[in-house]
Design a protein around this ligand. Structure first.
Ligand code: TXA
Ligand code: MG
Length: 316
């Protein structure tokens, strides 16, 4: 299959509307989109990524009016979060509208819904004839793609189109809050921070794995290895003295260790989040064997960076 690369949201939406699979930019990471009612395209999304069928897809909408097509009952907590944070880098898990195919939600009775803010994503979604299911546009298990070139490298020949945009401005996947039960729960940390969310809904709790989590995980995707580069990820503290071996990389806020070959010193946590996945990709491309990563605290967006680093290092 030939993969078309285009700058035109109109062309990309036409391809999706005729049953194609289209990667598109969002402010978090690039998404791999298919129309939710297009069974073949949904199958192709799982197949192109090598994604297990029991891992549900997030449904992307253009406007809040489309929510009713996707979700069933929207409680007052969810309503508050929608008012405050949609459109933006937040996904809400809600009771699903029964018309959403099981292949999208992996048979769950809930659905993840997100309304992106990135203008190219919005232009694309506005031209799509209905809601668009989209996981991150990367091969399963690899770090999410924050640049169109990375999407193309992972998926060309397996998808119909890449809508080319700027690198993602946040660089980390959306915050996910489960609003389908009695207590809203943070399933995945992201750029909308726990502090910001609790300012609107103080009762939001952290995801504590239940005893039966192995059988019925709250967030099915979290049981799979994620975000990991081929290189080994080692975590370090800012003030730690590290002796690096050959072929090492470093990313963090503090001064890099002497001898690291590929280095990214970030001036703040936002830059760290934006650069992390593309740094992992760069290190793999340059044959780096060990990446030292400074582990930030759980404050603000540090929680999301910390989460991705712990997963990438195999510690979570
Ligand atoms: O920022 C993002 O969220 C990006 C962009 C493209 O929107 N998408 C993304 O999709 O990161 P993906 O598929 O890579 O991660 C979605 C996560 C998975 O861990 C999945 O299990 C979880 O969301 N998820 C989706 N639907 C769910 C549901 N109904 N209940 C619980 N978890 C759900
Ligand atoms: Mg993903």
């Amino acid at each position: 299959m030939q993969t078309i690369v285009t700058d035109s949201a109109e062309e990309a939406a036409k391809i999706l509307n005729s049953g194609g699979v289209v990667a598109f930019p969002t402010e978090t990471v690039y998404g791999l989109g298919a129309g939710i009612y297009c069974a073949d395209a949904i199958r192709q999304v799982f197949c192109a990524k090598g994604r297990p069928g029991d891992n549900p897809l997030i449904v992307h909408i253009y406007s809040i009016e489309q929510l009713g097509d996707v979700a069933g009952d929207i409680n007052s907590g969810a309503q508050k979060l929608i008012e405050q944070f949609f459109p933006g880098p937040l996904t809400l898990v809600l009771k699903k509208n029964p018309q959403i195919p099981d292949s999208v939600t992996a048979g769950l009775d809930t659905v993840g819904v997100r309304c992106p803010l990135n203008p190219v994503a919005r232009e694309f979604l506005r031209r799509c004839s209905g809601p668009v299911a989209a996981p991150s546009a990367n091969l399963s298990g690899l770090p999410s793609a924050t640049r169109w070139e990375t999407v193309y490298g992972d998926l060309h020949g397996k998808i119909d189109c890449v809508l080319r945009g700027e690198p993602s401005s946040i660089g980390l996947e959306s915050t996910i809050i489960d609003c389908s039960g009695s207590v809203p729960t943070l399933l995945r940390a992201g750029a909308i921070t726990l502090e910001q969310l609790r300012a609107v809904l103080p009762e939001i709790r952290l995801n504590v794995p239940a005893a039966d989590e192995e059988k019925v995980p709250k967030c099915p995707g979290l049981k799979y290895p994620h975000y990991a580069p081929k290189a080994t990820v080692l975590l370090c503290e800012g003030n730690e003295k590290i002796i690096v071996g050959p072929s090492s990389g470093y990313i963090g806020l503090s001064k890099p260790p002497e001898g690291a070959l590929v280095v990214k010193v970030c001036s703040n946590l936002e830059e760290y989040g934006r650069e992390l996945f593309s740094f992992f990709r760069r290190c793999d491309a340059e044959g780096i064997k060990v990446i030292y990563c400074e582990l930030p605290s759980n404050k603000g967006i540090g929680r999301a960076i910390r989460d991705r680093l712990l997963r990438a290092s195999g510690k979570d």
